[in-house]
Design a protein. Structure first.
Length: 497
């Protein structure tokens, strides 16, 4: 069964994976160069990283068909390190980033994705779609009309080519867009910006290079403040992208394996002179939209990237940026969840707030981790507030009027503890009080403290208190932190009054 699954991952969609990988490789080149410039390093650092990370994750990643390479989110985190300490410390930080990500995989932190709500994922996707589109605007401003015409023509090819009989289904339209516009630019000798204008392409293959930094605590002190956030942002973006690709392909992925795979890929990149990277939602969507599904597409993308920039640089440098801009605009349009706009009228206000807050923070700060953190925090607060409303207390008095039973229903925790305490009448003259918690659950120290307060107040008024129905989980936390059944502790409390 395992052998069949691996065969499907590699050979189940050969034609689609090869063609999609070619499209992705072409689209990766200008982005890798741009991210290198952002980080303050030579273009080859980003290109080598993109090649290495894509190839390694093709074998050890947890999500077939996902593209990982050098990314803008990671590049922004390493700017200061490169400026103050240079490339060698960046390579060392990349190695440490990989180690931290592998540790996260073994600690099974990939499972934390279950805490990310659907509204946060939607907000993350929409924010990335907006950022991808905004990143194309510099290529469309202060340019000649040729650029706008080429971009429009590229979008026309991308969206209309699939409707052509036979060939429209066999060849990915983004590839046709790139090839066609390159041919037009070369034939008519158009004076427009090309890939070659982005930066110098490397002319040699990457070689093994151990970072030339001293192996001591001082080096660790320098690189750790950069490696830790890079590890977090890299894993967050990778796991979120994996979740999105899961939905696009209606398949599952191994999130903990993805953590380890990203770590191994970054270690390999650091040893080959590359910067740290992670999964790329834009390139991953290009891969899926172009027909890529298996690990072969990721391998082809990485391998062809290196082959093209080293051996075919004369041709690759002539690709017009307008063609790649058209492809990325297609990605932003396809990535954005247009349904989420219609759902604003149908979904609860809290869900919409979480989604819009995630979008706003990510777009405003360009910090993916901060945006997701805000979204998860808001979703948790809304959930806590909602679940607290389902906690209530029923009461009944026996015929003699001496014993009152309080039946607690729902979840008692920090947000419902005050409501729980307020449900009891401590001034009522009673001989006995029964607190029935068969249908309740006590979650934290705040809820245990509230229970203690209720019991002690009734005993202070002279009533006998009986607690019944405590489930095993609640009993564990009550026994550990509660004092209502510890006479010496109660005596201290009552004695003080």
């Amino acid at each position: 069964m395992l052998l069949l699954s691996k065969k499907q991952d590699w050979l189940g969609n050969v034609r689609g994976d090869v063609l999609a990988g070619l499209v992705v490789a072409l689209a990766l080149i200008p982005e890798a160069i741009a991210f290198s410039i952002i980080a303050g390093v030579a273009p080859k650092v980003g290109l080598y990283a993109s090649f290495c990370i894509a190839v390694v994750t093709a074998f050890v990643g947890g999500r077939p068909g996902m593209i990982s390479a050098a990314t803008g989110a990671m590049a922004l985190l390493m700017v200061t390190l490169v400026k103050e300490h240079g490339l060698q410390y960046l390579l060392a930080a990349t190695l440490l980033t990989g180690v931290l990500q592998i540790a996260a995989g073994y600690l099974k932190l990939g499972g934390l994705m279950s805490f990310v709500s659907r509204s946060v994922v939607t907000g993350f996707v929409n924010a990335l779609a907006i950022l991808i589109f905004m990143a194309q605007l510099p290529e469309l401003t202060n340019v000649t009309w040729h650029v706008h015409a080429m971009t429009a023509a590229g979008l026309g090819i991308i969206y209309l080519f699939p409707y052509l009989p036979v060939v429209g289904k066999w060849l990915p339209s983004p590839l046709i867009c790139i090839v066609s516009l390159t041919a037009v630019a070369v034939i008519f000798e158009l004076d427009i910006r090309t890939v070659g204008d982005m930066g110098e392409l490397p002319d040699t293959l990457p070689v093994f290079m151990w970072p030339q930094v001293p192996l001591n605590w001082e080096t660790l002190r320098i690189i750790a403040p950069y490696s830790a956030p890079m590890a977090v942002v890299g894993l967050l973006e990778s796991l979120m992208t994996a979740t999105i690709i899961d939905e696009l392909t209606d398949t599952g992925s191994d999130k903990n394996r993805e953590c380890k795979g990203q770590g191994l890929a970054n270690i390999a990149a650091g040893l080959l002179g590359g910067m740290a990277g992670c999964a790329m939602i834009g390139q991953s969507v290009i891969n899926i939209k172009s027909g890529g599904r298996g690990r072969l597409s990721t391998l082809i993308a990485g391998a062809l990237l290196l082959i093209m920039v080293v051996f075919l640089d004369a041709w690759i440098s002539r690709i017009p940026m307008a063609a790649l801009v058209a492809v990325m605009i297609m990605v932003s349009i396809g990535t954005f969840s247009w349904r989420s706009i219609l759902n604003l009228k149908e979904y609860p206000v809290s869900t919409n707030i979480v989604m819009l807050a995630t979008v706003t923070v990510v777009v405003w700060t360009h910090n993916l981790a901060l945006g997701v953190f805000v979204g998860v925090l808001l979703a948790s607060l809304f959930f806590a507030n909602k679940i607290s409303h389902f906690m209530y207390v029923d009461t009944s008095l026996d015929e003699a009027g001496a014993t009152r039973t309080y039946r607690v229903v729902g979840q008692v925790f920090f947000n419902s503890a005050d409501k729980f305490t307020a449900a009891f009448d401590f001034k009522e003259a009673l001989e006995k009080v029964v607190i029935d918690v068969h249908r309740a659950h006590f979650w934290d120290i705040t809820s245990v403290t509230a229970l203690d307060k209720v019991v002690i107040k009734f005993r202070r008024e002279g009533a006998e208190v009986e607690l019944i129905g405590l489930n095993e989980a609640s009993s564990t936390i009550v026994d550990r932190f509660g004092i209502h059944d510890k006479p010496e502790e109660i005596e201290k409390v009552l004695g003080g009054h």
